[in-house]
Design a protein around this ligand. Structure first.
Ligand code: GLC
Ligand code: GLC
Length: 650
């Protein structure tokens, strides 16, 4: 008779399994010093029921489930015991203060080690600069061993245990993590777990015909299955290659490659892959990484007849890794990189999944509002979608190393009379500078001639108008471009969550077209916004007569205001309607007080009715913290072009 899998049955099986497994684990780890095994055992007991349920759903139908379950627990326990003492101390600290990342002191930065500072030693020497900026969170772009030449900016990992030799060593990475930690900066790296490079040892062994390792990937003898899957798949990098599979003449087989053909998708249907990647994940944690950015999280489970994105099993895998992190490295948290429909983005965010998530909707709509000079879609979408579970936080950004995709909800746009398809075409035309009057100098990324779809590459400053204004030597336009840069940064610094600065943006870095001369980069326009850091420009940051100085000073002021204002902690935020389509307004409130934020997204002055300002809890006398001026509210308030006000009652 088939078993009926009810919650009660699962609870019983979990208890029974743990009872059977514990004596075996205790024996394996009998030599653990002091009370260390006790600590692990109590965490295991706290997480086991949830973990068992998830793994049972994923792998319970296999005859060898119990074997894999034991292997997984053994891996977690071994890695927990191997964790260095200072990180065990960090675990206790974070367990006592799980919401540490909600502080208004948090400020993130992201950079490529080689482009920013040459190598890890160089990066270390830039610590004073990172501290001056106020960073508490540093995301280093993929820095592990990767194929020479094309490697998708390091997103094709050949070994998770070796730093790319041109950047340094694993020992340097963990030293750096320690030093950052002592300076109040958490190290963030990618967990590129959807795929490995074709040069990873597992892929090599698959290429050599080892069946056990073929099972680590999706390998097919002919086009039957690839064709069947492709009926429902979206093409992620259509400009590079059509479809999602790559023919390997050496193997005489097809391999699943969602992104580039040298990035082989891992097969999480195989519990051996789950276990092997668990070990890689925990070894990253044990080098001192505190936040793992779960790369391409939407794609990690495939099922015929579906889009193979955002499947329930993908969520189970993340939850299982989350539970295992609570056992083996409690200080570790996850950030979701799901650049998908906003409904799907939201589903990855919870204390049991990813505590942090990129906020691609806010990012896209900030640019959308700059292009249209209207905030309807931004206002509407943030009112509806900004709220997330307690114990979680958005990572708010205006630019990162990737393209901008217009991932807003078409139904929401429709309600505002905006046709999603047409609007995306407009935004692409605007940001590539093809639309008449556009201030922007972006490039199309992965235009798909079949669907007419495209995304946008370009640095913040070039997209915001600085490149065009400088080329045309138009001082007024330069001023407007700088205001746009500061305006959108002011939002990510105040709306709630961790603001993330793409390093270089703080001094208004422009597009760099040199990538076109490099054959390993020329086909991927994202390299236009991944230039080498020009330190002579950063050295100008104190000189207010330079562009660098103007952007930097403006940003530093906003950062200082953020850090000093406890009302900006956590993510409580109320979108208001300022009664003017060009002005985005919201209120941040806490026991510390109430802050009203008003942002003019147009290059014209915009009035806001005095009543509106008063209705949001302010008296007749208030103070704008950005200009540092006291304001008497006798008449309507008037915002200058692209002006932002952070106002409190006086
Ligand atoms: C993520 C990265 C992107 C990379 C892709 C494949 O989306 O942000 O840069 O191309 O994953 O790893
Ligand atoms: C990665 C790619 C981005 C793509 C996304 C799809 O982030 O870089 O271009 O839109 O994956 O999820």
């Amino acid at each position: 008779m088939p078993i009926e899998v009810t919650p009660a049955w699962l609870t019983k099986q979990a208890e029974l399994s743990l009872r059977r497994l514990l004596p075996r684990l205790r024996a394996t780890f009998a030599a653990a010093p002091g009370d260390e095994w006790q600590v692990i055992e109590s965490r295991l007991a706290a997480q086991f029921e949830r973990l068992f349920g998830l793994l049972y759903h994923l792998y319970g139908a296999r005859y060898d489930f119990f074997y894999h379950l034991e292997q997984i627990l053994e891996t977690a326990a071994r890695m927990a015991l191997e964790r260095p003492a200072d990180l065990k101390a960090r675990d206790r600290e974070r367990e006592a203060n799980a919401n540490w990342f909600e502080s208004q002191e948090m400020l993130g930065g992201v950079c490529y080690v080689d482009l920013f500072a040459g190598n890890l030693a160089g990066l270390r020497s830039k610590l004073p600069y990172l501290k001056e900026l106020g960073l508490t969170y540093l995301h280093l772009m993929p820095l592990f061993k990767a194929p020479q030449g094309e490697n998708d900016g390091g997103y094709a990992v050949s070994s998770y245990r070796e730093v790319n030799p041109s950047l340094g060593t694993m020992a340097e990475l963990s030293d750096l993590a320690g030093e950052l930690r002592r300076h109040g900066i958490s190290l963030v790296v990618d967990f590129v777990f959807n795929h490995t490079s074709e040069e990873h040892d597992w892929a090599r062994r698959a290429q050599a015909g080892e069946e056990e390792y073929e099972d680590f990937y999706y390998v097919f003898p002919d086009r039957v299955m690839p064709d069947a899957y492709e009926r429902n798949l979206r093409e992620i990098f259509p400009g590079a290659r059509p479809g999602s599979f790559t023919w390997r003449p050496d193997m005489g087989k097809w391999v699943w490659t969602t992104f580039y053909s040298f990035q082989w998708d891992l097969n999480y249907g195989n519990p051996a892959v789950f276990r092997a990647m668990l070990e890689e994940m925990l070894s990253l944690a044990n080098t001192g990484v505190e936040v793992l950015r779960l790369d391409a999280v939407a794609f990690i489970w495939k099922q015929l007849g579906t889009s193979c994105e955002n499947l329930p099993e993908a969520h189970m895998i993340i939850q299982a890794y989350n539970a295992l992190a609570r056992i083996a490295a409690p200080a570790l948290i996850f950030k979701s990189e799901a650049i998908v429909h906003p409904d799907e983005v939201a589903r990855y965010i919870s204390p049991e999944r990813c505590q942090l998530s990129y906020n691609p909707l806010l990012m896209a709509l900030l640019w959308e509002s700059l292009a249209t000079r209207e905030v309807d879609l931004l206002q509407h979408s943030m009112a509806e979608r900004f709220g997330i579970a307690p114990g979680c936080a958005w990572v708010n950004y205006v630019r990162v190393h990737d393209d901008i995709g217009w991932t807003f909800d078409d139904a929401a746009a429709n309600r505002l009379g905006i046709n999603g398809y047409d609007h995306r075409r407009f935004l692409n035309a605007f940001y590539t500078g093809r639309f008449p009057g556009s201030f922007s100098r972006g490039l199309p990324f992965m235009e798909n001639p079949r669907t007419g779809d495209a995304r946008i590459s370009g640095t913040c400053a070039s997209l915001a108008g600085l490149e065009k204004a400088l080329r045309e030597e138009d001082d007024e336009e330069v001023e407007l471009a700088i205001r746009r840069i500061l305006l959108i940064h002011s939002v990510i610094l105040s709306i709630g969550g961790i603001p993330l600065i793409y390093l270089g943006d703080e001094v208004g870095t422009l597009n760099d077209y040199a990538y076109r001369n490099d054959p390993t980069k020329a086909a991927d326009s994202r390299w236009v916004h991944r230039p080498f850091t020009d330190w002579t420009r950063i050295q100008c940051r104190a000189d207010l007569t330079t562009i660098e100085g103007r952007v930097y000073a403006g940003l530093r002021r906003l950062i200082a205001l953020r850090k000093a204002n406890a009302t900006l902690a956590n993510g409580n935020m109320l979108v208001i309607d300022p009664g003017n389509r060009h002005v985005f307004g919201y209120v941040r409130q806490s026991q510390e007080g109430r802050l009203l934020i008003l942002c003019n997204f147009s290059e014209n002055e915009q009035p806001i009715a005095a009543n509106t300002v008063r209705a949001h809890g302010l008296s007749y006398a208030f103070r704008d913290h950005i200009s540092g001026r006291d304001v008497e509210l006798k008449d309507d308030l008037v915002l200058a072009p692209y002006q932002v006000q952070w106002v409190t009652a006086r």
